[in-house]
Design a protein around this ligand. Structure first.
Ligand SMILES: NC(=O)c1ccc[n+]([C@@H]2O[C@H](COP(=O)([O-])OP(=O)(O)OC[C@H]3O[C@@H](n4cnc5c(N)ncnc54)[C@H](OP(=O)(O)O)[C@@H]3O)[C@@H](O)[C@H]2O)c1
Length: 262
C-alpha cells in the first residue's frame, strides 16, 4: 500500500500560517516588497521592513505591527547592520525575502558604465547574499529557515527593447546563488528559493504601462489576458516562505503570465 494512501487532508490555513515567525523583507517601501510584508504579517509573522524611504517604512511598520530598518542596500558596508537591527527589535529571523532591486541604467550593453553595472550587482545580487549570510546563524540556531530571492524573467531570457545587461546578469546570478546556498544549507533545514516575476505594474514599471506603445508591447508578449500586479507574485513568495513549501529548495519559480512559455 502506498504510504500516503491514508494521509489526512491538510488544513490549508495551517500550511500558510506564519504565527510566531520573524521575517525580514527588503524593498518593502513599495510594490512587491510592501505587498509581501503585508501578506506575511497577515499570515502571523512579525516583519522587519527594509528599504531607503524611512517615512514609508515607518507607516508600513505601524500598520502591520512590524519594525522599520532604513538602509541603502547598494552600500554594502551598511548592509551588515540590517539583520542585527531586525533581530534586536523582533527576535531571530527565520524568513528572509530579498525583494529590493532596481535597474539602474538605460544604457545599451556596449555603453553601460562600469560604475552602474557594479552598483546594480551590489544591490541585486551581493546585498541579498550578505543578508542571507547574516541571517544564516539565526536560522541554523532555530533549526529551519526560508530565504526567498526575487529575480526577474530577464535573469532567464533577453527582453528586446529594454536594455538591462547588468540587471539581467545580477538576476541570473541570484538563481545560481540560490541553488548553491540551498545545497550548502539544506542540512540545517534552511531552504533557499527564487521567484522570477515577469512584468507587473509597480512604481518602476508605471511609465511602461502608462504609454500606449509599452502597454501594447506587454499585452502582445503576455499570453494570459490580465495585467499582472504585485498581488500575482505574492502567492509564490508566501508558499516558499512557509510550511506549504517545506520540501522545495534551490528552485527558481517563474511567475510571468506565460511570457517565457511562448
Ligand atoms: N515590476 C516588474 O515588472 C518586475 C519584474 C521583474 C522583477 N521585478 C523585481 O521585483 C522587485 C520589486 O520591484 P517592484 O516592481 O515592486 O518595484 P518598486 O516598487 O520600485 O520596489 C523596489 C523596492 O526596492 C527598494 N530599493 C531600491 N533601491 C534600493 C536601495 N539602494 N536600497 C534599499 N532598497 C532599495 C525600493 O525602496 P526605496 O526606494 O525606498 O529604497 C523599493 O522598496 C525588484 O527586485 C525588481 O527587480 C520587478
Amino acid at each position: 500500500m502506498p504510504p500516503d494512501r491514508d494521509a489526512p487532508a491538510l488544513d490549508p490555513a495551517a500550511l500558510f500560517d506564519l504565527t510566531g515567525r520573524v521575517a525580514i523583507v527588503t524593498g518593502a517601501s513599495s510594490g512587491l516588497g510592501a505587498a509581501v510584508a503585508r501578506t506575511l504579517a497577515a499570515a502571523g509573522a512579525r516583519v522587519a521592513v527594509v528599504a531607503r524611504r524611512a517615512d514609508r517604512l515607518a507607516a508600513l511598520a505601524e500598520e502591520i505591527g512590524g519594525t522599520p530598518v532604513a538602509c541603502d542596500l547598494a552600500d554594502l558596508d551598511g548592509v551588515h547592520a540590517v539583520v542585527p537591527e531586525a533581530a534586536a527589535a523582533l527576535g531571530p529571523p527565520e524568513i528572509l525575502v530579498n525583494a529590493a532591486g532596481a535597474r539602474l541604467t538605460d544604457a545599451a550593453a556596449e555603453n553601460e558604465p562600469l560604475a552602474a553595472a557594479r552598483r546594480t550587482v551590489d544591490l541585486n545580487l551581493l546585498a541579498p547574499f550578505l543578508l542571507a549570510q547574516a541571517a544564516f546563524p539565526h536560522m541554523r540556531a532555530i533549526g529551519r529557515g526560508a530565504i526567498v530571492n526575487v529575480s526577474s524573467i530577464s535573469g532567464r531570457v533577453g527582453v528586446p527593447g529594454i536594455p538591462q545587461a547588468s540587471y539581467a546578469a545580477s538576476k541570473a546570478g541570484l538563481s545560481g546563488l540560490t541553488a548553491e546556498l540551498a545545497v550548502q544549507w539544506a542540512r540545517h533545514a534552511i531552504r533557499v528559493n527564487t521567484v522570477a516575476p515577469g512584468f507587473f505594474r509597480s512604481e518602476i514599471t508605471e511609465p511602461l504601462y502608462a504609454s500606449e506603445r509599452g502597454g501594447a508591447y506587454l499585452r502582445r508578449n503576455t499570453p494570459l489576458p490580465m495585467e499582472g500586479g504585485a498581488r500575482d507574485v505574492v502567492g509564490a513568495v508566501l508558499w516558499l516562505a512557509g510550511d506549504a513549501g517545506r520540501y522545495v529548495t534551490g528552485q527558481t519559480i517563474v511567475v510571468d503570465g506565460g511570457w517565457t512559455a511562448h
